[in-house]
Write a protein that binds this ligand. Structure first.
Ligand code: SAM
Length: 558
């Protein structure tokens, strides 16, 4: 692995202000320096000459500035600076190497500012044409116009910098080209489009228009791309808005059959003769709330099977039937569900669920096991890459395979990780807070003839002294928490129970690095007794074109 140049932390910082479980706050995240430029596939146009350097620049709210993006920060924001200045402006949609015009939006305690991109002045080093025409406006694919190789490089560097700055790991142990380097090369995704098995779209009464930027830009004579006009909409929420919906005709992240369903729904739902209205989140009137489309694989044929779930504010199947008749002409559609959610909230889980067509669940296959997935079950969203991720987890877990070891699967969801390991373990114990997920885990175990797995519902943020008494001492612990990471109570328990190996799986490298710091460097300064040694970190890219990155970390008791 090549050694990377890394900007000092002060070169770009992102403040995380929400308090974490531990009382500590994450004050900075990695900013990574751009790597050597790759060939630029977009046609060359001479960029305007750069603005003169402004040493000692300090931003003013509302001003328009010319910026250069130097790196990608955690969450995919560009780390930008005015020429000649060291002050950092974080800008959504700015990509490393790009020169852009932006408006200063917010000053963050004088430490850094947030800016909104107006337009590109000169493209970044690794520019490619984004296939989706909405890529610049939709918060879903922030980095679609960055070549995939560059996306991977930046994700790898982010993980590396977070391990150094939050995890306090020695960069020399991470960067070495030796096979024992802790940070392994990132595992890329083979399919970088159409990888999501589930998309959830919202019906809205307001179609998103970037009004505030547009108005001001027109005054300033800056050309700004905008989206359509006000009106009903079906698509994705505009970034940062719960009531404005970006109209989406097709999504390059979902399967082709799912795109066919979306096209049919878009064609018919606004037909006034059908009497279908979108739910108004301000007035709490209207019928259609969300459209969820899930794609699974038929266990026998391997062909796609699609579930369509309409989330509505009340149960009026007659209103939906014309739409159902149209979408069920698509051969892959095997299930149409109606979740009825009468609450005023924006959630897509209904209090009542009705099957309007076909079966109530679809099947999915993962590492040789079969899973029944209903409309509200949790399941890894990139099935193909989940197969790769679970292989990496299985390799890191390194079960002997003689059926002698006890595995504890913390944050087990529907039990998928534990069940894939159960075949080589003595017994798997899974813990998870959502009761429906535990019920699914039991069903999944039964469906696959697995008898050596026990799943327990419980909140791992609220464990007490009795936790751990109901299962034997584990030989290996897997921990796969949500983005906030592990609660301090759980970290303390892990340090007390001293399982020989822990495999920490995380979708948030910042909280992951923080938790690794506690587990490897202890809670008391300089006391490493009973702590773990970090053996390997393998980043796996599950979500191309987004800032998300999954990490599988192996820890061994010292
Ligand atoms: C990232 S998912 C991992 C799921 C599973 N390991 C998988 O690979 O499919 C995290 C899981 O942790 C669960 N969870 C979140 N907070 C929890 C808590 N305080 N106690 C127990 N489980 C929790 C979530 O419901 C979710 O299923």
């Amino acid at each position: 692995m090549a050694a990377h140049t890394v900007t000092p932390l002060t070169g770009g910082l992102l403040r995380r202000t929400a308090p974490l479980h531990h009382g500590r706050r994450l004050l900075a995240v990695a900013a990574v320096s751009p790597e050597a430029p790759a060939p630029t596939p977009t046609p060359f146009q001479p960029p305007p000459p750069p603005a003169p350097a402004r040493k000692g620049y300090f931003p003013k709210r509302g001003e328009t500035v010319e910026l250069t993006c130097e790196a990608l920060a955690f969450k995919g924001k560009g780390v930008c600076k005015v020429a000649g200045s060291t002050f950092v402006l974080l800008c959504d949609g700015a990509l490393p190497g790009e020169r852009l015009l932006a408006r200063v939006r917010r000053l963050r305690r004088g430490a850094f500012a947030e800016a909104a991109k107006l337009r590109t002045l000169a493209p970044h080093h690794d520019a490619v044409e984004a296939p989706c025409p909405l890529a610049a406006d939709c918060g879903g694919c922030k980095t679609q116009s960055l070549a995939y190789a560059a996306q991977i490089r930046h994700k790898h560097l982010q993980v590396r910098d977070l391990l150094v700055n939050f995890g306090k790991f020695d960069p020399r142990r991470l960067d070495s080209s030796e096979p024992d380097a802790i940070l392994k090369p990132i595992v890329p995704c083979d399919e970088i489009f159409r990888y999501r098995n589930k998309m959830e779209f919202s019906f809205g009464t307001k179609r998103w228009v970037q009004k505030d930027l547009k108005d001001k830009d027109e005054e300033e004579g800056v050309e700004q791309k905008t989206n359509e006009t006000d009106g009903y909409s079906l698509g994705l929420h505009a970034p940062g808005f719960f009531d404005k919906v970006l109209h989406v005709q097709k999504c390059f992240l979902q399967s082709e059959p799912a795109d066919k369903v979306l096209a049919v729904v878009q064609e018919y739902w606004m037909d006034p003769t059908l009497g279908l209205t979108p739910y108004d989140v301000h007035k709490h009137v209207g019928f259609l709330k969300h459209l969820m489309i899930r794609t699974g694989r038929n266990v026998n044929t391997g062909t796609p099977e699609v579930m369509v779930n309409f989330v509505t504010s009340c149960y009026k199947p007659d209103l939906l039937m014309p739409l159902v008749d149209s979408i069920t002409k698509i051969p892959e559609v095997v299930s149409v569900i109606n979740n009825v959610n009468t609450s005023v909230g924006n959630t897509s889980v209904g209090e009542q669920e009705y099957t309007l067509y076909g079966k109530p669940s679809i099947t999915e296959m993962l590492r040789g096991l079969t899973f029944q997935i209903s409309a509200n079950s949790f399941f890894q969203t990139n099935t193909k890459q989940a197969d790769v991720l679970y292989q990496v987890i299985e390799d890191s877990v390194g079960l002997k395979g003689d059926g002698s070891e006890i595995v504890l699967d913390l944050f087990c969801g529907t039990g998928t990780i534990g069940l894939t390991l159960a075949r080589r373990a003595k017994h798997v114990y899974g813990y998870e807070v959502v009761p429906e997920a535990i019920a699914d885990a039991h069903k999944n175990a039964k469906l696959n003839g697995i008898n050596n797995a026990t799943f327990v519902q419980g909140d791992l943020n609220k464990i007490n002294e009795s936790f751990g008494k109901e299962f034997p001492k584990p030989d290996i612990i897997i921990s796969d928490p949500n983005r906030p990471g592990m609660h301090m109570k759980l970290i303390k328990w892990l340090l007390e129970v001293k399982a020989p190996r822990i495999v920490s799986v995380s979708c948030n490298p910042a909280t992951c690095a923080r938790d690794l710091d506690y587990l490897c460097h202890g809670l008391e300064e300089k006391d490493l007794s009973g702590c773990y040694e970090l053996k390997s970190v393998i980043p796996v890219d599950m979500f191309p074109h987004t800032p998300h990155i999954e990490c599988v970390c192996l820890l061994e008791l010292r």
